[in-house]
Design a protein around this ligand. Structure first.
Ligand code: TRP
Length: 466
């Protein structure tokens, strides 16, 4: 969940970026030497160019082969960047120069996934008999892989299960982190299926400046926020990698199978790893892949090795599952299906996602009503005009307005949302009034979350593991 799901941390360091540009350059050269397909070469060149742009934004210098960065000005990450003309999306970084956010249609083409279109949404409605969640109706979950297989299985009364996760990089989760969990809860409810939630505390230990103990502690804290989303406790298994891997032979066998079938070259190509990354990072993707196979959880699925898996996640996690889907048939397993969400924008604008490492960009689940109000009033990027007169005359722009974007996530009432959009666009509704609606929508939601979390914390005092 780069950061809305994943790595808050990981605007790469200039040196890491330097190494990634170098590795990508090598990759382009070897693809050309091997006479790979033009599509493959074009995609690699595109990535190389965007890495170079990123390198320049981070260091203020052009990339020069063989000359690692010596003196650089750190990249500012609290304001919109205009230097980039390419969207950049990987599990660690999300960046675009467009105030409307990442071009998701292009991303679908680049990643080779499928759009969640009206037809698929109608099928979900027909099959489940339930109104599709507003995240589906509003294109927040916008892309998929093999969702039709899941619906076929469901119609044929074949079982499937859900798998999602979270990298516990701090004890502070923000509202953006909740998006996949809110949606997963809905899926669990309408399909009535088991769910496994992986807390990758090992991943955060490997990638961040954290001790093992701290990473485990964050996993427990984050688990409380996840449980507070209201999953069916009889059908949900939440585990931390550092805790569960050592005691589950089924899980570890699957990790080893994946490790045997993915080469260093492949993970370099998919994740941009370089020769100087620690071997923990290089083998980690196998650990995120393993929960996609039901035999990793014999305590839940007994000896059933072929139960189909569906993974709701933010689109930045797709590289892990492209790899997983590639190995699955080679180790005798079904490919997991996926549902991808867009990113949750930072308060400052949709050029990047909300990140827990920048407190001004985020509304945390621990924020008080007053903090929520102040942050939105002070930091939420507005698509309104500079003066009331101009705003009344020309109207506001919902496409870049962060408060409006947040309402599409959290205001469930379609009619009300549509009315606000019209009123804001026409200039009848002012920025301050739009922000007020957002504040009044978020405050009770976060207060209710805090209350459920507190209850869980109290109950957990009686349990000794998650
Ligand atoms: N890597 C993800 C993160 O950093 C955590 C994760 C593990 C995950 N397994 C997943 C996210 C499956 C979505 C689906 O947040």
């Amino acid at each position: 969940m780069a950061d809305f799901q994943n790595c808050d941390s990981c605007i790469s360091s200039p040196l890491e970026l330097f190494e990634r540009v170098t590795a990508q350059g090598e990759k382009v050269r070897s693809l050309k030497a091997e006479k790979a397909s033009t599509d493959e070469i074009d995609a690699a060149v595109k990535l190389l160019l965007s890495l170079k742009v990123k390198y320049k934004a981070a260091t203020g210098q052009d990339y020069k082969a063989g000359s690692p960065p010596v003196d650089f000005s750190p990249m500012s990450n609290n304001g919109p960047t205009t230097a980039l003309d390419e969207d950049f999306v990987d599990p660690w970084t999300v960046q675009t120069s467009n105030a409307k956010g990442v071009d998701y249609d292009k991303l679908i083409v680049r990643f080779g996934s499928s759009k969640i279109d009206k037809e698929l949404i109608n099928r979900i409605e027909r099959v489940t008999g339930k109104t599709p969640h507003h995240f589906l109706r509003r294109g927040i979950f916008f892309s998929h892989r093999d969702m039709n297989h899941i619906l076929d299985a469901y119609e044929n009364k074949k079982p499937f299960y859900l798998y999602t996760g979270r990298g516990p990089s701090s004890d502070a989760m923000h509202v953006g982190h909740l998006i996949p969990f809110i949606f997963t809860k809905w899926l669990q409810e309408v399909f009535n299926v088991p769910l496994v939630v992986q807390l990758t505390d090992d991943e955060k230990y490997l990638w961040k400046d954290l001790t093992i103990e701290k990473a485990s502690e964050y996993a427990v804290e984050n688990a409380k926020d996840i449980i507070a989303c209201g999953f069916d406790i009889n059908k949900t298994f939440i585990f931390s990698d550092l805790d569960y891997l050592g005691m589950s032979p089924g899980f570890y066998k699957n990790i080893a199978k994946v490790q045997k079938h993915v080469t260093f070259n492949q993970v370099k190509g998919i994740f941009g790893f370089t020769d100087s990354d620690c071997i923990g990072k290089i083998s980690f993707p196998a650990i995120q892949a393993a929960p996609s196979f039901s035999s990793s959880f014999p305590q839940i699925f007994k000896d059933k090795k072929d139960i189909q898996c569906l993974i709701p996640c933010a689109i930045d996690q797709d590289p892990y599952f492209r790899m997983t889907r590639d190995v699955a048939p080679r180790i005798g397993y079904l490919k997991p299906a996926l549902l991808h969400s867009i990113f949750f924008p930072a308060l400052q604008g949709a050029q990047t996602k909300m990140s827990a490492s920048d407190p001004n960009s985020s509304i945390f689940l621990t924020d008080t009503p007053k903090q929520i109000k102040t942050k939105i009033n002070k930091h939420a990027f507005s698509g309104g005009k500079d003066t009331i007169e101009e705003h009344r005359k020309y109207g506001g722009n919902c496409e870049v307005d962060v408060s409006y974007m947040y309402l599409t996530f959290f205001l469930e009432d379609d009619d009300k949302l549509e009315k606000m959009k019209q009123a804001y666009t026409s200039g009848a509704l002012l920025t301050g009034e739009l922000k007020k609606v957002l504040i009044e929508t978020l405050q009770p939601l976060i207060a209710a979350h805090q209350q459920r979390r507190k209850q869980i914390t109290d109950e957990m005092c009686n349990l000794n593991h998650i």
